[in-house]
Write a protein that binds this ligand. Structure first.
Ligand SMILES: NC(=O)c1ccc[n+]([C@@H]2O[C@H](COP(=O)([O-])OP(=O)(O)OC[C@H]3O[C@@H](n4cnc5c(N)ncnc54)[C@H](OP(=O)(O)O)[C@@H]3O)[C@@H](O)[C@H]2O)c1
Length: 287
């Protein structure tokens, strides 16, 4: 699958140069597993100092050790990012340990696959996804922004999904939180792009990780590997585009902007058929 990098206006007018990862300090959340773990390894291999953030300290230590064994530089900061005190402590600690932070990758997330009609008494689905996928990412950004502005530069890479670019059913809580994050990124750049702040949204397709493995019917779905997905994060930092997306995602965004009603009507039966096909492959198991 080809990666498409749309060129940001900043880059187009050469207001911000592409950046070399070597020597940069990159804070990457959700780096105890999946895409975040592999991205941290790839960034450290290229000479970045990586600050690993997630809840499970033993897993962070495992990732840190494997980076150090490869000759890279890593630091680990256990934190539950949905707890403001925990998040504040970790930002203070990072700023205390490192003279300069260059990039924040908001990658930590949770996903919920549930029909809206099964969530009638589950407002907490919507609250929990917002808490980690949106509020925590915004909180980290707000805490690091003064530091970025003082340095004259800083990049925020926000991880989203192809599923906000096409009309996907069954993930309303997850997708709404990711769409909010995308909108926040646009505002960030609109307000502070001329003060050295770069915002990038990465729209991953399905990737084989612990997150996607929780949904049984996806067992037989073709997915991107975490190494390739992690490469998209590396590119986001090296090339500083406003968006890293697949061509399908770009086409989906165009279609949704131009004809949202028709796009949803057209894709609804396709998704129902796909779900049925995957469930049949799994022997009738639905989820
Ligand atoms: N996998 C896919 O198909 C797919 C597709 C599109 C987009 N994405 C996006 O890609 C990113 C990475 O996902 P993944 O598939 O690699 O998932 P993953 O393996 O489940 O990783 C999620 C990470 O988030 C961390 N995390 C969760 N809650 C946290 C909290 N309260 N505080 C701190 N850290 C927390 C987890 O660490 P702890 O449990 O140790 O806290 C873990 O490291 C996510 O933003 C996801 O939405 C994934």
């Amino acid at each position: 699958m080809a990666v498409q990098h749309s060129i940001s206006l900043q880059k187009l007018f050469k207001l911000t140069p592409s950046s070399n990862v070597r020597g940069q300090t990159v804070v990457i959340t959700g780096s105890s597993s999946g895409i975040g773990e592999v991205a941290a390894i790839q960034l450290a291999d290229k000479g970045a100092k990586v600050c690993l953030v997630a809840r499970r300290e033993d897993e962070l230590l495992r990732v840190r050790n494997s980076i150090e064994k490869r000759g890279g530089s890593a630091f680990h900061y256990p934190a539950d990012l949905t707890q403001p005190d925990s998040l504040n402590d970790v930002v203070d600690q990072i700023l205390n340990d490192h003279e300069r932070v260059d990039v924040l990758v908001n990658n930590a997330a949770r996903s919920i696959r549930r029909p809206i009609l099964e969530a009638l008494n589950r407002l907490h689905d919507y609250e929990r996804t917002m808490q980690i996928n949106y509020i925590a990412a915004v909180n980290l950004t707000l805490r690091l922004l003064p530091h970025f502005l003082e340095n004259g530069s800083g990049q925020v890479v926000n991880i989203s999904t192809l599923s906000t670019q096409v009309p996907i059913p069954l993930f309303s809580a997850y997708l709404a939180s990711k769409s909010a994050l995308e909108s926040f990124t646009r505002s960030l750049v609109a307000e502070l792009g001329d003060r050295g702040i770069v915002g990038t949204v990465v729209y991953f397709p399905m990737v084989r990780t612990p997150m996607s493995s929780k949904t049984a019917i996806y067992k037989h779905m073709r997915m991107m590997g975490p190494e390739k997905a992690a490469g998209w994060i590396v590119k986001a930092i090296e090339e500083q585009p406003s968006r890293v997306s697949s061509p399908v995602g770009v086409f989906g965004s165009l279609l949704l902007s131009a004809a949202p009603g028709a796009a949803i009507e057209f894709t609804r039966p396709l998704f129902k058929r796909m779900d049925k096909k995957l469930a049949d492959k799994l022997g009738g198991e639905r989820r």
